[in-house]
Design a protein around this ligand. Structure first.
Ligand code: ZN
Length: 346
């Protein structure tokens, strides 16, 4: 059968690059990029996981699972070795997969072992339950416990679609990373399933703060959202400080018109505190490393540990004595404004 090898040699073969949104020094451009983790440009399967079309996350809080997705087909052509998607969905998905690969590579190069997260389910345009509490701007989400990324088509004409924004993708990966660090198992239930309790609210806020810190420090950009969303309240370099109104208060949330806790304002206070440390030390990688050491030190085991003061006490304890600890305490003083009793600072 001498014909077979010849046919294989003449087949279009795997592309060696993918057209995608790429973050450059002067902003985002759409250009070919290498993406060895993506093994099949048509079905979107690769070492990080497969993209499935549709499906849904069943359950809320504890015991969530993703199911029902079907195989996906991205239509593309190969031009000069580059996989060029033939629709916007394909461009967004190649971009998402590329940013996920970049963020994972960066974190693993920094010493984190993320093997347990992958392969992960990636759901394109799933049915989203209102119980997941997605805000209208959430076009990408990570369902904790189900270990699945949920990607929704982007309705608006943005400079950079949310799924193509490296910061948004790194933020979502941040939820997976924190859940892994907190529980040791990406498919385990969250420590607290009920987000209407004070511990559940702290858990949500610390998750958002960690995810934003991870994105800002990895990309060294406190305004990574800016190219996609006009949402200055989420920038990590403004004057966000803790106020009494931001402290988790189940009764106040239950009495409000929309009784769903919004974890972002409190999360932004924590991300801003981390950004202060990065600015004062002029060292983003060391600040990221400190954040990981802080989470390791925190090692929450139950609702009592899900509290900003406990987390910050662990961050202070994880800081190197001397300059780094002084910088952390200065950031705590500025951003927490005396509203939490943080151990280890004067
Ligand atoms: Zn988030």
């Amino acid at each position: 059968m001498p014909v077979l090898p010849l046919l294989l040699a003449c087949a279009p073969g795997a592309p060696d690059a993918f057209l995608a949104y790429v973050r450059g020094d002067d902003g985002y451009v759409v250009e070919p990029r290498a993406l060895p983790a993506l093994e099949d440009a048509g079905t979107m399967t690769g070492t990080l996981g497969s993209v499935r079309h549709g499906g849904r996350v069943v359950g809320n809080g504890a015991g969530e699972q993703y199911s029902g997705g079907r195989g996906l087909t991205v239509r593309y052509v190969v031009q000069d070795g580059v996989a060029v998607p033939l629709d916007q969905d394909g461009l967004l998905l190649y971009s998402f997969y590329g940013h996920l690969a970049d963020a994972t590579d960066t974190l693993e190069a920094g010493g984190l072992d993320l093997d347990a997260i992958f392969p992960v389910d990636i759901a394109w345009n799933p049915a989203v339950s209102p119980l997941l509490e997605l805000a209208p701007a959430d076009n990408a989400a990570y369902a904790i416990g189900a270990n699945v990324f949920l990607l929704l088509p982007d309705g608006d004409n943005r400079e950079v679609p949310l799924l193509a924004n490296a910061g948004v993708v790194t933020h979502e990966l941040g939820h997976a990373v924190l859940h892994l660090l907190m529980t040791g198992d990406p498919s385990s239930d969250p420590l607290v399933a009920d987000t209407s309790t004070a511990a559940g609210m702290w858990q949500s806020a610390l998750h958002e703060g960690f995810a934003d810190s991870l994105a800002a420090l990895t990309l060294d950009d406190p305004r990574f959202l800016d190219v996609s969303l006009d949402m200055p309240a989420r920038y990590a370099d403004t004057d966000a400080v803790l106020t009494a109104a931001l402290l988790p208060d189940p009764a106040a949330v239950a009495d409000s018109l929309l009784p769903i806790y919004d974890p972002y304002p409190l999360g932004t206070v924590f991300a801003s505190l981390m950004w202060d440390i990065r600015v004062a030390t002029d060292d983003a990688p060391a600040t990221l490393e400190l954040l990981f050491r802080g989470v390791e030190h925190w090692a929450p085991s139950g609702p009592d540990d899900l509290d900003g003061a406990v987390f910050l006490g662990a961050l202070v304890a994880a800081a190197e004595p001397g300059t780094q600890r002084d910088v952390v305490c200065a950031a705590v003083e500025l951003r927490i404004d005396g509203l939490l009793a943080v151990a280890g600072c004067p």
